[in-house]
Design a protein around this ligand. Structure first.
Ligand SMILES: [Zn+2]
Ligand SMILES: [Zn+2]
Ligand SMILES: [Zn+2]
Length: 262
């Protein structure tokens, strides 16, 4: 099936511009240098000819991202992990969950992350509100690949500092955010890709995130047709960084759209 990947956010946890920072990238007039927190959406037509939209992560910027991209429907959310920059927009799913009545919008995460989300957002999952006002969502623990509306989403484990978290492969594309390393078993799941998204925070090493250089090594190893970097901080000016990257590798940016086979 033909699918569209929309980059909702390409920025690191603090976003770019960063609050209180007056560096050149934070003051840049290039719209590509404005990066909201990291998330993508996959859109495709299912075998029953219905449009489907699957979100990866609900960032604190989800509301702005949804308004910017005119999102009117969301069918499911997949979570990579439970850091604040990937989950705090959960409440803004609210208007999009109403279309799921009398059901609930499914949220897929590892069993451990489902437990974390249940505890973190007790007001949603243990609610006793008489008058609504809550997102109508349900947690769906996943142990392995999940099929959503005719498309297969395969978890790809990456290491984020000391913690294993999830990336996902879906058809000819894969999205890995928040990794400091990618284990060999996971690299093996990334063969023959048209599109590969990788974490590339900055040039300087970081304990929990990949650098431009480290992610270029992954690109050289798995050889996707095109690679895009995300979770980018204010150390990387869009235009100058892109000019220095090898062919087939680019920084992603908020609002970027890519076509691929899912
Ligand atoms: Zn993050
Ligand atoms: Zn800055
Ligand atoms: Zn993280």
């Amino acid at each position: 099936m033909q699918a569209t990947l929309t980059v909702l956010g390409s920025g690191t946890s603090m976003g770019v511009p960063t609050i209180g920072c007056a560096c050149a990238v934070c003051r840049s007039s290039d719209p590509h240098d404005r990066r909201t927190r990291p998330s993508i959406m996959l859109s495709y037509r299912d075998p029953g000819d219905n449009d489907r939209h699957v979100l990866i992560d609900t960032t604190p910027d989800f509301r702005e991202q949804a308004l910017r991209e005119h999102i009117t429907q969301l069918d499911a959310v997949l979570y990579t992990h439970t850091h604040a920059d990937h989950i705090l927009g959960i409440d803004d799913l609210r208007p999009l969950t109403y279309h799921h009545k009398p059901g609930r919008m499914p949220l897929y995460a590892t069993p451990r992350n489902c437990e974390f989300l249940r505890n973190m957002f007790r007001y949603i999952f243990e609610a006793d509100y008489k008058f609504g006002g809550l997102p109508l969502v349900e947690l769906k623990p996943i142990e392995g690949a999940v099929e959503l509306f005719g498309a297969r989403f395969e978890p790809v484990t990456v290491i984020h500092g000391e913690t294993p978290i999830l990336g996902f492969r879906f058809g000819s594309a894969a999205y890995l955010t928040d990794h400091s390393s990618v284990p060999p078993d996971s690299l093996a799941k990334l063969r023959d890709l048209d599109i590969l998204f990788l974490d590339a925070l900055r040039y300087k090493p970081h304990p929990t995130h990949s650098t431009v250089e480290q992610s270029l090594e992954i690109v050289a190893e798995v050889k996707p047709k095109r690679a895009f970097f995300t979770h980018i901080c204010h150390d990387l000016p869009h235009e100058a960084t892109n000019a220095a990257l090898p062919p087939g590798v680019q920084l992603s940016y908020d609002g970027m759209k890519l076509e691929f086979e899912i």
